[in-house]
Design a protein around this ligand. Structure first.
Ligand SMILES: [Zn+2]
Length: 69
């Protein structure tokens, strides 16, 4: 497929750039204390189709594997 990020030999996506406009911060208010540890974390989507990947301090995606079809 066009625009598909490459994948390393061990299956990890090489893309580190989030899809523009998808970055958001987890808002777990109302979900209860069970989820409070996730509150305030940033997530974004990757062009490989993976959603809600954590962002590191510099705004890059954490290492992830593209979804299996
Ligand atoms: Zn990816």
């Amino acid at each position: 497929m066009a625009n598909q990020p490459t994948v390393t030999a061990d299956g990890y996506c090489t893309n580190r750039t989030p899809v523009q406009g998808t970055a958001r911060t987890a808002n777990t208010a109302g979900l209860g204390s069970k989820f409070s540890r996730l509150h305030g974390r940033s997530y974004a989507d990757c062009p490989c189709g993976r959603k809600a990947i954590g962002l590191n301090g510099t705004g890059s995606l954490y290492r992830h594997k593209p979804p299996q079809e």
